[in-house]
Design a binder for this molecule. Structure first.
Ligand code: 2AM
Ligand code: CA
Ligand code: CA
Ligand code: CA
Length: 268
């Protein structure tokens, strides 16, 4: 994808993201119809579905040759990332959307032949747009984000993670993770994977570590973190498969080595 193509698609995507966010804000106090998916805490609302359907309708109209992966199933069933693929989470942080009416984001990553070209993460209620085009830097609204500090040590780091790491789990011995949270400076749990990526890129947390995320949770964030010199892999340091769920670690390169080595001790 060349610079001009990237810019044209980015401009269109940005317009739709802002429009979708405006619609959500306009309806934020309307009664919600809430359903559950895989378990009683896995929520979905008509707003998740309406927002995804909005993107799919627009993309099919303007870019009929592009493909779409979306959380709520309005997109295509893809078995490859060939061509241009929009990877969309219409509301990332649905539990926050339902309970808090804030701290959720629209996440749109656009990939071409498997390479992340464009990332947009829109904090809808704060009206903050984190965005990046490959090789052109990352921004929060109009402000260019600084390269990540590469010298932050483990014991000075604030890491985004959730409490499941400290419960018995299938990935890492919870006693090792208890040592982990004692060794880092602090932890944060924001409840939106996309926003956690945006905060890593902004440098207000130093990393984000999670057990299982789908492509739509991370597609935009990966592009944005890349543009500030961060890296994203699974918890063993391996490249992510953007058609599957993965464990995820995103942070600066030095910290990545320290964290992976630490986790290795408790890896199941
Ligand atoms: P969602 O709100 O789009 O469902 C919450 O910690 C984060 O994990 C959110 O980004 C949330 O995305 C995501 N999430 C929620 N349920 C999940 C599940 N069953 N599997 C993977 N990620 C999930
Ligand atoms: Ca969901
Ligand atoms: Ca999500
Ligand atoms: Ca979602």
């Amino acid at each position: 994808m060349n610079t001009e193509e990237r810019k044209a698609i980015y401009n269109q995507a940005k317009e739709w993201v802002l429009e979708a966010g405006k619609n959500i804000r306009a309806k934020i106090d309307d009664p919600l119809i809430i359903d559950t998916k895989s378990n009683p805490n896995d929520l979905v609302t008509t707003m998740d579905k309406e927002t995804e359907a909005y993107f799919v309708g627009k993309i099919n109209q303007i870019f009929p040759e592009h493909h779409i992966i979306g959380e709520e199933g309005y997109g295509d069933k893809l078995t490859s990332l060939d061509g241009t693929v929009w990877i969309i989470d219409p509301i990332d942080g649905t539990m926050n959307f339902v309970h808090q009416k804030r701290n959720f984001a629209i996440s749109v990553g656009i990939y071409h032949d498997g390479i992340g070209e464009i990332g947009l993460i829109y904090d809808v209620m704060e009206d903050n747009l984190y965005h990046a085009k490959r090789t052109e830097g990352a921004y929060k609204n109009e402000n260019k984000l600084a390269p990540l500090a590469q010298n932050v040590r483990f014991d000075e780091a604030i890491i985004g993670l959730n409490h499941y790491w400290l419960c018995e789990n299938r990935l890492v011995d919870e006693l090792v993770m208890q040592q982990f949270v004692r060794k880092i400076r602090g932890s944060r749990t924001y409840g939106s994977a996309a926003l956690e990526f945006a905060y890593v890129a902004e440098g207000i947390i130093n990393g984000y570590l999670t057990m299982s995320l789908a492509p739509w949770d991370i597609a935009a964030g990966i592009v944005i973190v890349n543009e500030v010199g961060g890296v994203t892999t699974d918890i063993d340091g391996a490249t992510l498969d953007m058609l599957e769920k993965n464990s995820v670690l995103t942070c600066n390169q030095g910290l990545q080595q320290e964290i992976i080595q630490f986790i290795e001790k408790g890896r199941k």
